[in-house]
Design a protein around this ligand. Structure first.
Ligand code: HEM
Length: 164
């Protein structure tokens, strides 16, 4: 079980860390509206780290569930925050597939990604909470709108001088 927690925490660090730096790098690189080859490579590496984090989380997450099933600690399956987190992870996976297929506007897609990573982290750390499944998803939806508007404001106001 300790190994699963270690794998889950490493996955969280890589995933949430990469999601944060992808935003910082993209906003900085895009300040002159040009993403050059070097910058594109840096973003590609960041997204690979993010996917590696998600892979570790899904594997260790199912490891947790198998362990709980085998040791008959099945309380988690009736936890609204656990199912809300699984919903957030499903949104995160669908969103990254749509972004990769360029079927999702970049501003919306990156806001969904950033919000979902921090929402899953928060729900993972909080564990069982008294809020209902739909209450948690309502907070998640509000956070999504706030992050989208925040990213839009940052990106429109942080346009520095053209790089020569
Ligand atoms: C973005 C994806 C995810 C993030 C950021 C995340 C984050 C976390 C964190 C921070 C914890 C607390 C770890 C600890 O107790 O030290 C946790 C616990 C847990 N996670 Fe995740 N997780 C993610 C995806 C998943 C997935 C996909 C599953 C299941 C398939 C899962 C199942 C669990 C379970 C069962 C626990 C509770 C472990 C316990 O009670 O000790 N997680 N998660």
């Amino acid at each position: 079980m300790k190994f699963l927690i270690l794998m889950h925490v490493i996955g969280t660090v890589l995933g949430v860390g990469a999601a944060t730096f992808a935003e910082i790098f993209y906003t900085r690189f895009n300040s002159d509206n040009i993403i050059n080859d070097d910058e594109r490579k840096t973003l590609a590496v960041t997204y690979t780290v993010m996917r590696t984090g998600l892979f570790l989380l899904v594997i260790s997450g199912f490891g947790f569930l198998l362990y709980f099933r085998l040791t008959e600690h099945v309380g988690i399956f009736s936890s609204p925050s656990f199912w809300a987190k699984m919903t957030v992870v499903a949104v995160l996976v669908c969103n990254s597939l749509l972004l990769q297929a360029r079927l999702m506007p970049f501003l919306i897609g990156t806001a969904v990604s950033l919000t979902s990573w921090y929402a899953a982290l928060t729900l993972g750390v909080l564990g069982k909470i008294s809020a209902s499944y739909f209450e948690i998803l309502a907070y998640y939806a509000v956070a999504m709108v706030v992050v989208t508007l925040g990213l839009w404001w940052i990106r429109t106001h942080l346009h520095g001088p053209k790089k020569v």
